[in-house]
Design a binder for this molecule. Sequence first.
Ligand code: GLC
Length: 425
Amino acid sequence: MKTTFIAFFILVVFFFGCSREESQLTFSVGGAPNEVDYWETIIHEFEEAENVQVNFLRQPTDTDQRRQGLVIPLKAEEDDPDVFLMDVAWVGQFSTSGWLEPLDAFIRKDGFQIDAMFQPVIEQVDRSPNGIIALPVYLDCGILYYRKDLLEKYGFDIPETWNDLVKASEKIQGGERGNNPMFFGFVWQGAQYEGLMCNFLEYISSNGGSLGDLGKKDITIDRKENEEALTFMRDLIHTYKISPPNTFTEMKEEEVRHAFQSGNALFERNWPYAWKLHQSDASPVKDKVGIAILPAFAGCRSAAALGGWHIGISRFSDHKEEAWKLVSFIMSYDAQKKLALNLGWNPGRKDIYQDAEVINKKPEMDVLKSALAYAVARPNVPYYSLMSSILQRYIHAAISGEMAPGEALSGAQGDIQKTIDSYHE
Ligand code: GLC
């Protein structure tokens, strides 16, 4: 009797152990700590709804580190992670490397509502020669956060030009320093990482400049408009001194958000996710914050770097059916609405923008939509990350004061030209 019981027990453990193992899916996702926490909630809902176990891999906030964390297992053709989020900046490279499973068969079989997504985004980012290889979870764009109370107190309007921003910052920083020696006019992402590229793109584009066509041999990094913009970035820190000295050593999204949220800045450049956090109950700036499109140089048009995160399935996954279930769950109306309401994101599904509750609870949506109209995309070339790391190095040398802006841009242009030439050889 006892032996039969033990044998039965072993069988049960073996059976459940295996079936659990078989349906275990690995999902890799990072972001600001509150975003990763909320992903955990969504994942629990998915596990309950679909009866699939998910091994949740928490990644850091920094996009470059997130990319590195995925490149290693994908290069090694490991079967985990099965599903992951990718920055819009690296979807092209992942696709060209052959790491992404085409989703068309799943989309057809499931009757998945692909038309509910933003079609231009699908066409420009998620469609490869092998079909659709990713889907847009959310769209990001750079925006300006400002302290409503302080602009009012000192009689300034929301800045439309970069010069307006400098003027208001100088005056208000001078006034506020008496109470708060840590107070600065403007915080933005100047550390040497991908966020710096996004900021650089906004300054050059809002001065009529550009990087040129990095896909061809026609690159225009070393040009007057870009040099003026880069000089301005440096001057924010070293000449006007309205941006803190740690801008180029430490400032990434979360450092910038903390500086503004703790009441130490008048203006902040960040992505939409910061809004919900600024408005949270524990935030010292709750109800004192406004958002607007970023300023431009006189006579030019505002520009917002286009960011965002896309979901894909690894070609090496050994759980592709379950992986697709997770992807379609995350792209469903319900999950997309929750992500928009709880994290303040701009969903990749356009139908959420018509949802009455979302319109009601997300009054900032209007500004976000208008900022998207000024969006400037990073070059969609497979070797983008390589070019970005070259440019980051030179931009950083200029804003830290090590290199003159003109010299930095001609250095970057030379190195990038060499890289493109060797890529096309
Ligand atoms: C945000 C954007 C992403 C960008 C990154 C830079 O996460 O969504 O596209 O590359 O910031 O730090």
